[in-house]
Design a protein around this ligand. Sequence first.
Ligand code: BGC
Length: 341
Amino acid sequence: MRNRIRLLLLFLSALLCLSACRSRKPEGKKKVRIGVSVYDGYDTFISELTTAFREAAAAEARSVQIELSDAGRSQEVQDKAVRQMLDNGCDIICVNLVDRTAPGKIIDMAKKKNVPIIFFNRELVEEDLERWDKLYYVGADAKESGVLQGELAAAYLKAHPEADRNQDGVIQYVVLEGEAGHQDAILRTEYAASTLKERGIALEKLGYALANWNRSQAQTQVQQLLQSYGTRIELILANNDDMALGALDAYRASNIPLPPIFGIDGTEPGLSAVRDQSLTGTVKNNGIGQAEAMLSLALSLAAGEKSAYTLDRGKYIRIPYEAVSADKDSSITARSTELSR
Ligand code: BGC
């Protein structure tokens, strides 16, 4: 009798263990918890991207719970927030690094808990991404945005010889740079100018200003540039739309006529300024596409399924940029879908 009871208990505990193990496996219908940490919630492009992420998650058939946190430009705050997300049991964490050279703590913590990390928009160096096989990156090809901005500007300048205000055959220009050390700021600045030169536009750089992707910082910086150079500025290349709009604000507060100004992002306010032709052009940084790719990758990782997106080197998803201009004379014409919204 005793033996029979022992056998029954053994059988029951084996059954219990089996069902417990099974419930730990990712199932299609299980709620997926995704932590999202952004470097600065007030950044226009990032806030449009996270809104798109939330909307895509709400439209998902699977139940998705999002835990969003704003690091307020502090890496320390971001490290703590990610630790909290791991403690809260998030299945995947999406990180928009504050300092793209300092992902170490986040990688170590995630590895310990075996939780995959999708970094986005602020690209870490390849060696860091190689540190573990559950690290991914979703973003875009920064060089491509610089090239497209250069092509847009070259097309405009060729169609509008009057843009060379002093008719010296050289375009005097200034650059509004994003953050020091950000991959997009470095490559956009470099490739916009080199593409213009390749397209036969002679350039003279009058100056540049770091405005941290920010509209009001750009306005202040351009006010100062206007005091030094005034009407001599014939072209403004801004690393993003917010800074291009800041330049516009500075010109509007002065009596100096607007030169062509180009941004990058195609944010709502950026596109609206291109539509009314106060900005000459922009390059669409497809935040919605990046948000959708990030969600899709997160869900497939949580379910242990193959990603619907092709991952470059098993780790990278890059969504293409697109040039947007409303200038009818340039060879690059308006993308009606973008501008008619
Ligand atoms: C965007 C900027 C944004 C920055 C934040 C860039 O890709 O173009 O608008 O401020 O990312 O990291």
